[in-house]
Design a protein around this ligand. Structure first.
Ligand code: T1G
Length: 712
């Protein structure tokens, strides 16, 4: 459908009580796709030219105002607009009121900032999140927002990209009035009539008073550059955002706009922006499980319970409370319950102390977590998540008790991170109601939520688990039932190579330096010290007990046996000063590495950084391909979403498989084939990888083998 200028279906214009009403109607989020911008311009032109019209209102149809430019259009050729709505409004003689509900983000908020007035319902959210997709606000946002909220706050909002709740936006001066909201359009027309005669028109571009703030603190821009240096390394967009806000203070408005346009154009097709756009859509795609009946009746989960008040159980209960979800926390002894609730209280108290949580909000969340000490007390819940010791017999015993206690139709989920879901479900008479819901550590923070599909899991149970994850702010991702499911399974070869390279001569410091330079917040050895070396030590012991051929890790075993458990004992791969979490290189560790290498006859050699990076990540790429071959994952992009939100993979690199495509399946396959020769079976190349290498296919577009997939 060729969109004529001003596509009437996407943007409607009508006059009501002398007010021109411009309604944007481009579901699902009124993105400024093809035809929408022209439609707004046509409507503004019509309103300006109509003498009976005293003022105009801009409003969104459906669930939102405007969620910004159509991200799908980026990177595609498009005509340079002859006119922009912002210029038309600035040149106009009649006031325009933006009436905001749902989201006003990116170009959406920029349209509103160009309007003379902004009103919003209380639960609306506004923001300029462009930096999250590797660009900057390219529709005047970097020049108008500082004029409303001051340059410092503008930088904070633009560089964080956060969505600002309407009450806060009102306090900041972005929103002029919060309205009741039962009939936003009627409220907007009334407001427009009230301001129709007010002159001069309050154009944001004319406001200079808040810019003076920078005169009192001229160093604020460099201070922000320093403040973001660590988390914005290897990226351009955050720095271009600062440059634009600085221009708003130092240049006349129109010159600031020109700079904004130039820097926007520079970023639009950057590798960073392409990778972040990929991540944006991958995080939307991951929610979709192909093959589930469209009319599937998905059970509603309104009440939930968690079994096990340990670290994971407590974190899971907090995830529910953090999203206003009442939850019962079950443990069988008052001591265990008290300890669990104390840990939850302490965790919230740290956030209150840091100022990231208000005391009353902490109290509200604690009140949503009800500690209980019997299965009978949770029997009526719609869903229960088991989070007890990661030992199969214990889990089976709990599921047998849940099966006996829970009401018919209740959903039984397990937070196991690796155990066989079918074996757990087999302990009940309702395996169709059982699935895995694997939280990552810490459960109340990490967004990845693996939903594990058992052989007998019903489609409705699976869909309900996916939906429940989203309801508590997680990114739900499908995983087939296999050892380590998807995310952890892709991580196991990485952890093995990490340990083996130290046996072969690489140092923990060198490996960590490589991964931090690559963009990780911390290196894998420093992360091991954070989570505790004893956890993986116990896992290795369990695996060795079950498999005589299991390839142990004698060096970290030695460290643990020396009592070096990581940060919690002040020493692990690094040593730590009392009360300080900064890893300090420790010659004692190097002595242990040399000692074990001598004892075990490990040949040690020098490593270059490139080899370290590739051995770690290629091992996971290869495993990810094997998982797709087996139909244990739906899409390669799902695995990327898991790595971005579960393992801290640098977002501006798109994800593991997206990054791998920058090198190419053929080069990766060739390298792995060499390592297969040199190191043996653990590097056996995946058939899918070989196929993609031969056909020049993209790893990020690989799908789970439909013949093997349970769904789709
Ligand atoms: N463009 C294209 N599609 C979009 C979109 C957008 N801006 N926003 C959402 N969608 C699609 C999404 O892919 C999904 O599709 C459906 O809408 C529902 O989204 C000039 C240049 C608004 C908070 O960065 O943050 O403006 O999967 O599942 O959880 O300066 O969507 O159903 O097919 O996410 O309720 C700036 C991006 C753009 C906002 C709603 N704007 N969107 O979240 O629904 S750059 C953004 C969001 C810009 C200007 C610049 C969220 C949301 P499908 P959803 P949700």
């Amino acid at each position: 459908m060729a969109e004529a200028a001003g596509d009437k279906t996407l943007v409607r214009y009508a006059v009501a009580e002398g007010i021109g009403v411009i309604t944007i109607d481009n579901p699902p989020v009124n993105a400024l796709g093809p035809g929408v911008r022209d439609g707004i311009i046509a409507a503004l032109t019509q309103g300006e030219a109509d003498p009976s019209v005293k003022a105009m209102v801009m409003i969104g149809a459906g669930r939102s105002f405007i969620a910004g430019a159509d991200i799908r259009q980026f990177g595609k050729p498009r005509p340079t607009p002859q006119q922009r709505a912002y210029e038309l409004i600035d040149a106009g003689s009649k006031p325009v009121v933006a009436a905001i509900h749902g989201y006003a983000l990116g170009g959406g908020l920029e349209h509103a900032l160009a309007c003379h007035y902004r009103i919003a319902v209380a639960n609306a959210k506004v923001g300029l999140p462009e930096v999250l997709i590797g660009i900057l606000p390219g529709g005047g946002g970097t020049q108008r927002l500082p004029r409303l909220v001051g340059p410092k706050k503008a930088m904070e909002l633009i560089i964080s990209g956060r969505h600002v709740p309407a009450p806060e936006a009102k306090a900041l001066g972005i929103i002029d009035e919060i309205v009741g909201g039962s009939d936003l359009l009627a409220e907007a027309i009334a407001y427009a009539k009230r301001v129709a005669g007010v002159r001069p028109l309050p154009r944001v571009r004319d406001k200079e008073d808040r810019l003076a703030e920078a005169k009192a603190d001229p160093g604020m821009f460099d201070a922000m550059r320093t403040a973001i240096a660590r988390r914005a390394r290897n990226q351009k967009a955050p720095y271009h955002c600062i440059a634009c806000v600085e221009a708003a203070v130092k240049l006349p408005f129109d010159e600031g706009i020109d700079l904004e346009r130039r820097l926007f154009a520079e970023l639009e097709n950057s590798e960073e922006a392409k990778a972040l756009r990929y991540a944006f859509f991958a995080e939307r795609e991951v929610a979709k499980i192909p093959g589930l009946p469209k009319d599937l009746a998905v059970p509603e989960v309104k009440t939930a319970a968690v079994v096990g008040a340990g670290t994971m159980g407590g974190g899971i209960a907090m995830s529910f409370a953090d999203f206003d979800f009442p939850v019962k926390l079950l443990d069988l002894t008052p001591e265990a319950l008290d300890k669990g609730m104390r840990r939850i209280r302490d965790t919230y108290a740290v956030s209150v102390k840091r100022g990231s949580l208000a005391q009353e909000e902490m109290d509200k969340r604690l009140a949503l977590i009800e500690p209980v000490d019997s299965y009978a007390a949770i029997a009526d819940c719609d869903a229960v998540i088991e989070a007890v010791f990661e030992v199969l017999p214990v889990k089976k015993e709990v599921f047998a008790k849940l099966d006996a206690a829970m009401k018919p139709g209740a959903l039984l989920f397990s937070n196991t991170s690796a155990l066989d879901i079918d074996a757990i479900a087999g302990a009940t008479r309702r395996p169709e109601a059982v699935a895995g819901t694997h939280f990552f550590v810490p459960a109340n923070v990490m967004k990845t939520f693996e939903v594990v599909d058992g052989t007998k899991t019903a489609p409705a149970t699976l869909a309900a688990a996916m939906k429940l994850g989203r309801a508590i702010g997680k990114i739900s991702a499908y995983a087939g039932n296999c050892d380590g499911f998807v995310a952890n399974r892709t991580r196991i070869p990485f952890n093995l190579e990490q340990g083996l390279m130290v046996e072969e001569g690489a140092t923990p410091e060198q490996v960590d330096k490589v991964m931090v330079a690559f963009g990780y917040p911390a290196g894998p050895f420093a992360v091991n010290d954070m989570s505790g070396l004893d956890i993986s030590y116990e896992t290795r012991k369990r695996r060795a007990a079950g498999d005589p051929n299991y390839r142990g890790q004698p060096i970290p075993d030695r460290l643990v046996e020396m009592g070096r458990l990581g940060q919690k004992t002040g020493a692990g791969w690094y040593r730590y000063e009392k009360g300080d979490r900064t890893p300090i290189s420790d010659p004692e560790v190097h002595r242990v590495i040399k000692e074990v290498a001598r004892e075990k006859g490990f040949h040690q050699r020098a490593f270059d950084d490139e080899e370290i990076l590739r051995r770690l990540l290629f091992s996971s790429v290869n495993e990810a391909c094997k998982i797709l071959e087996e139909g244990k994952a739906l899409r390669a992009s799902d695995i990327d979403v898991m790595w971005l939100n579960g393992f801290g993979f640098p977002r501006y690199r798109g994800g593991l498989m997206y990054w791998a495509d920058q090198i190419g399946a053929r080069d990766i396959y060739n390298q792995i084939a060499i390592w297969h020769q040199r190191y043996g079976a653990r590097w056996e190349p995946s058939r899918l990888l070989k196929q993609l290498a031969e056909q020049g296919g993209l790893l990020r577009e690989a799908k789970g083998d439909s013949a093997k997939l349970r769904r789709g």
